[in-house]
Design a binder for this molecule. Sequence first.
Ligand code: PLP
Length: 355
Amino acid sequence: MKKHNFSAGPCILNDKVIKNSAEACLDFASTSLSVLEVSHRGKEFSAVMEEARNLFKELIDAPEGYELLYLGGGASLQFYQAPLNLLKKKAAYLNTGTWSTNAIKEAKLVGEVEVVASSEDKNFTYIPKNFTIPEDVDYFHFTSNNTIYGTEIRKDFDTKTRLVADMSSDIFSRPVDVSKYDLIYGGAQKNLAPAGATFVLVRRDALGHVDRPLPTMLNYETHIKKDSMFNTPPVFPVYVALQTLKWYKEMGGVKVMEKRAIEKASILYDEIDRNKIFRGTTAVEDRSLMNVCFVMNDEYKELEPEFAAFASERGMVGIKGHRSVGGFRASLYNAMPIESVKALIDCMTEFERKH
Ligand code: PLP
């Protein structure tokens, strides 16, 4: 039976990307060696790293002066590494969920943090609107897509303050005005590569302004100077990232991914709004295009296990909601084909007919 993978991650990849990567596990760049065992210093892998860094910058349309790194440690390490490198005195943060909360906690270890707004009062089901971004801070940090709660900020804030964003779960799903950012980072494992690599896009001129001594491995400059190969890089995730980036380019780039994302999410939200059994969990204007969260309407609540089994029998995988939200979550990352979304919609319509 065909399976439709709506899992929130780690790692949802295009079939061709998986196939190319699997082949490179057997014979990488005609070396008759596996990409898993070649030297990362060899010319074949160095070329992969260089292309994966350049193509990322090209596709996200980064202006001159930005560096792209593939590091270890996940987005969670960036919660600390980012302020360590960029926070001189004070930074502003927007709290829109668990990951923002974690980022705030780590930044407080480094300097002064002003939380400009939070949506915790309603279990992070909306994006706060009434706040001002202070101008007397080193940067303003936000999480562009709240993977757990299904809310998303699909804009680059209009402010003089430099922006820093965790784009772990929506990178490459919309064009970004990179020039407004000092830093964009994320775990690569949703829209780019298998777990194990973290992407860091940093403005070179934003670095070198903090007085604190930086541990070698946590200093972005260390990695920039060595072309992201100061220590052993996450070789296989970087290889797969390159395959994904090539696929994005072949498909027409970020604008095409955005169009696909809007199309996929719209038809699913339309069904959630139309179907008498289900309802969305977030403020309509803040709905994420990447993670669609929904629950059963109160009068159908007891049917939740039945729908879970019904969907599973029809090949739907990974639609159980995060434990802090409950219900269901369908993640529609870039690699998800629209046919899978249509299959889920059919399943919801059929379930409604049954009841
Ligand atoms: N930020 C966001 C938006 C996420 O979705 C996640 C994980 O899902 C993280 C941060 C944590 O990333 P990592 O597991 O790479 O530390």
